[in-house]
Design a protein around this ligand. Structure first.
Ligand SMILES: *Cc1c(COP(=O)(O)O)cnc(C)c1O
Length: 368
């Protein structure tokens, strides 16, 4: 089976972990500091603080921007659950906005009609590794004095005109979960071009502690461990190369799938770097088979695939129970038609050829 995701753990990781274990300093310490500095350097981001998950990073980012109960926060309806939950953690209200059907990212043209006098912030997601339309989103944010948080959980090393995701809004959050483009096992980071926000984030991540045993905020224990950082430090040596491989694999898939008339391959706007956390195809309205049938055909031929995501956030049972509603037809339609194919760096040229061949075979079978 060609898996849809596969974390890569280079051999030297074992030595790095052993060094941490032998040192006795296995919780948060020097290794976390080294990892954080290294991550910021490869990402071309000035300031950041590591923590123990992307979800924790989102929670902290919203808190340091002072999102409060009763505030409204705009977000795309089509994203992972953690994006929406981080708004609920603040007692704030998620306001679901529709996506652009070509990029699957927040549609700037849909934002303004959802603004009220309670709107405080826009939580943008760079879904699948493609940056959202930040130039237009920032213009709206400035016009209405809104804060902008970037959920970069899927966009390591992505940029718009060489400006890294996480530096385009007020604050950004990364995840280092095993299936992401790089990992620390569990892990995350809050990043910004604003040093003050990161200083506040560090305090919130570590028990609200501004100096030893001086607690000035209601903080959390969201600290990354040195063991996680040891895994991450090794990943930093390879992330640029791995990202390049993802982009190459995606280009190869684009070519191989070009002649299949009933699927749409990813769209990348000019000047945007897509880092292909996922390579997402979409079945057309008149596709000759259902998505479930396609998944079955691929599975029979040893090709893993996955649906990111099968439902919009406001259709999740918990969100419905909370009385949260939305009206995002473009998002709902995408949720019914998208399918992710293997694109990670461990997918070989032979694997890609195999994927192309299976699609051609399916196509010729149904077109007779
Ligand atoms: C993975 C992910 C998160 C959460 O990150 P964790 O490290 O798993 O907590 C948040 N948002 C998006 C878009 C994600 O893909």
């Amino acid at each position: 089976m060609i898996p849809i995701a596969k974390p890569i753990i280079p051999e030297e990781t074992y030595d790095e972990i052993k060094a941490v274990l032998d040192s006795g300093m296995i919780a948060c310490g020097e290794t976390v500091k080294e990892f954080t500095e290294g991550f910021l350097q490869v990402s071309h981001i000035p300031y950041g603080a590591s923590c123990n998950s992307g979800t924790a990073a989102l929670d902290i980012a919203l808190r340091v921007l002072d999102i409060k109960p009763g505030d409204e926060v705009i977000l795309p309806a089509f994203t992972f659950i953690a994006t929406g939950n981080s708004i609920l953690y603040q007692g704030a209200k998620p306001v679901f906005v529709d996506i652009d059907p070509d990029t699957y990212n927040l549609d700037p043209a849909e934002i303004e009609k959802n603004l009220t006098d309670k709107t405080k912030a826009i939580l943008v997601v760079h879904l699948f590794g493609l940056p959202a339309n930040m130039p237009e989103i920032m213009e709206i944010a400035r016009k209405y004095d809104l804060k902008v948080i970037e959920d970069c959980a899927q966009s390591h090393l992505a940029d718009i005109d060489c400006q890294a995701t996480g530096t385009l809004g007020d604050i950004g959050t990364y995840s280092f979960y095993p299936t992401k483009n790089m990992t620390t096992s569990e892990g995350g980071a809050v990043v910004s071009i604003n040093q003050n926000l990161i200083e506040k984030s560090k305090i919130m991540i570590d028990q609200g502690q501004s100096a030893k045993y001086i607690h000035t905020e209601l903080g959390f224990n969201y600290r990354m461990t040195n063991i996680a950082a040891a895994i991450g430090k090794v990943q930093l040596k390879y992330i640029a190369e791995w990202t390049h491989q993802r982009v190459q694999n995606a280009q190869k898939l684009n070519e191989l799938l070009m002649d299949i008339p009933w699927i749409k391959t990813p769209h990348v706007p000019e000047g945007y770097t897509h880092v292909y956390h996922q390579y997402v195809i979409r079945l057309t309205d008149d596709a000759p088979m259902t998505r479930d049938e396609l998944i079955e055909e691929l599975k029979k031929e040893g090709i893993g695939s996955a649906i990111h995501y099968p439902s919009v956030l406001y259709d999740q049972p918990f969100y419905r129970d909370q009385g949260l509603v939305g009206e995002c037809p473009v998002s709902e339609k995408a949720a019914g038609q998208v399918l992710s194919l293997p694109v990670h760096p461990m997918v070989s040229d032979d694997n890609l050829e195999q994927i192309g061949k299976v699609f051609s075979e399916i196509n010729s079978k149904i077109c007779v």
